[in-house]
Design a binder for this molecule. Sequence first.
Ligand code: F0G
Length: 429
Amino acid sequence: MAYDWDRLAPPRSLREFEAHWSRRGDPHSFSGVWRFHALLPFASREDCVTIGEGQTLLQRSDRIARYVGLNPGRLFLQYEGMNPSGSFKDNGMSAAFTHARLTEAKKAACASTGNTSASLALYCAVTRLMRAVIFVGSGKIAYGKLSQALDYGALTVQIAGDFDDAMRRVKEVSRTLGIYLVNSLNPFRLEGQKTIMFRVLEALGWEVPEWIIVPGGNLGNSSAFGKAFRELLELGLIPRAPRLAVINATGANTLYDLFENQGLRWNGGRPDPDLIRKYYEDMDRRGRRAETIASAIEINRPVNLTKCLQALDTCRGVVREVTDQEILDAKAQVGAGGLGCEPASAATVAGLKRLAAEGVVGPDERVVCILTGHQLKDPTATVAYHTTDQDMFDRVLGSRGVHRATFANRAVSVADDLNEIIRAIELYG
Ligand code: F0G
């Protein structure tokens, strides 16, 4: 989606957005998405749908800085789990709903690893604008997320397959039945997700950090971030774009493989189609399936692949892959030192640790990791990591190549006896 800025009224300085802070009684000024309306002006301000999304926090974390090898004061965590449905998806959903309302759609659908569906279900429940139809891979979605879809009343279709299967089906079904599709191939979603970057800049006093680190699944976020920075550069509102690092799980590493191993590039808008086609043909021939504890990014066919290549081009990006072991260790560190996050989000911290060890990210560079989803989204992964129950550990994590829980905080079992309880507190407290 391209804007004709000459016909619109873009801000002359990012500081202009601060005027909204004193008008927080107005829901559109309160919204962390729509207070940046001037930078995503595809609908009139009055038409914009909001349920209070984007009240998120940038937290400095010296603990995580130490863990990844950065100097104090250089690492920040952007907590998108504070959104109404507990993930960054609400940024894009408010924009997609705004567009859907203009089209007078009655039903909206998505395929999801859980967060998009939770967000869609919540926006439907609160706004009553549409009925939610969600497609999820059977057994492929974390309980926190499934519980949201069910609670918010979405029609929940469990497909016998994974996200990639569900994605293929939802496209067919929405085309056949004329249902509004809200997956991130919907360009309006990406417009809303640009605002995550605007809030990061706002929290840094409008200074551009050296690095943004984001998990890569369907690649909507990374694509949206690249577009945000291209537009800010075009409008002369920032002096340079930050560098971008997209982090895949090793078990779902299509972008990493294509970008870092096979040299796929944006190439001025002409990424090599044969390379991509052959990669997927080979994947099908070998029956390769995405497999990671970070179920949110358990995706082998990212729908925004080429848009993400453009973002990597804009932001001199790099891509890394991290194992489930690295993800869960990083997640335990985030939980111990802050508000916590779900596994996919912790991939950013694990990826940064690698990049710092490689010397790609320097110890004095200012880095922002996007924590995309709330700690409570996937309680199973968290409890399994900290558990004393070896059977549970093996069942949930061992099968995925996770064999250590270096940072586990184990519960202490004690008899229902005052003296024993006191002894335990003195021993471990
Ligand atoms: N982190 C979380 C918590 C997510 O839920 C997702 C994607 C990502 C990262 C990856 O973001 O797709 O923009 O690259 N979840 C989607 C869903 C696929 O269905 O909820 P992306």
